[in-house]
Ligand binder design. Structure first.
Ligand code: G3P
Ligand code: MG
Length: 257
């Protein structure tokens, strides 16, 4: 048994990251404004243990500063501008704490595929210990899928709640031979696969095994079109509005939807 999660066709990757700086409150608001009900976000810890919504191990790509996340305190992180790199309209955007992001998701009534991002050298156990209590407290099980490439993080997450209270997603790049073991090991709800490396037979085996299939990160709805026939529940995309336009223009693009 799993929570009664109605997965949406489209999940906005790192928020609506084609329209706003990724993993920010602005990116989640942009997804909501575009009519998208779920977002994918990455969570990790600063050096002082504060959980923040961030993808990279350092801040160089998506801020006006430099430095490793795990050497940074919350005041240092808050001194960064994490919006101007994306566009002047977002100047002054601050790195989102997990706490602020959970509050926004609740304010907007949105669902989240929260990725436990374990960058090289980071501790998956510390991340889960810090993040899980707040997340389980803040969000109903129907609006949460917790995913990770890191099996230790998933296994440890499972100790916080059983399968009917917490949906876990196994994230993979190329589908490994042992995917069934990885999923069974954590009583997974879903498997999240790289869309262009996935084969039709693999997709069908995943859904036949009873796992929801989520595909990341297709950004060209035309290229992704044939995969709707393979049975994925959701596409996790930077470009949800391009997908919406394509799907509404092409009745056959997403069969049965
Ligand atoms: O959760 C899907 C996708 O976000 C995984 O890759 O690197 O974008 O976090 P990445
Ligand atoms: Mg991610």
């Amino acid at each position: 048994m799993h929570p009664a999660i109605a997965l949406p066709t489209l999940i906005a990757h790192r928020g609506y990251s084609a329209a706003a700086p990724e993993n920010t409150l602005a990116a989640v608001r942009a997804a909501h404004q575009a009519g998208v009900d779920w977002v994918e976000l990455d969570v990790q810890l600063l050096g002082d243990g504060t959980p923040v919504i961030w993808h990279d191990a350092d801040v160089a790509r998506c801020s006006n500063g430099r430095g490793r996340l795990r050497r940074m305190s919350w005041p240092q992180a808050q001194a960064l501008d994490v919006g101007h790199w994306f566009g002047k309209a977002f100047a002054g955007e601050k790195m989102a704490s997990l706490e602020a992001m959970l509050a926004l998701l609740n304010e907007l009534g949105m669902g989240v595929n929260l990725e436990l991002k374990v960058n090289r050298g980071h501790d998956p156990i510390a991340l889960v210990d810090r993040v899980l209590p707040s997340v389980l407290d803040a969000l109903p099980a129907e609006r949460l899928v917790l995913s990770s490439f890191d099996q230790t993080a998933l296994r440890h997450s499972r100790t916080f709640a059983p399968a009917d209270k917490l949906a876990l997603g196994v994230l993979v790049n190329r589908l490994p031979k042992e995917w069934r073991t990885l999923c069974a090991d954590v009583d997974a709800f879903s498997l999240h696969a790289h869309w262009s490396r996935l084969k039709r037979a693999q997709a069908e085996a995943i859904t036949q095994a009873g796992y929801a299939l989520l595909c990341y990160t297709p950004n060209d709805p035309h290229a992704f079109h044939p995969l709707w026939d393979w049975g994925p529940a959701s596409a996790i995309t930077d470009e949800p509005e391009a997908f919406q336009r394509y799907l509404s223009a092409s009745v056959s693009a997403a069969p049965g939807r």
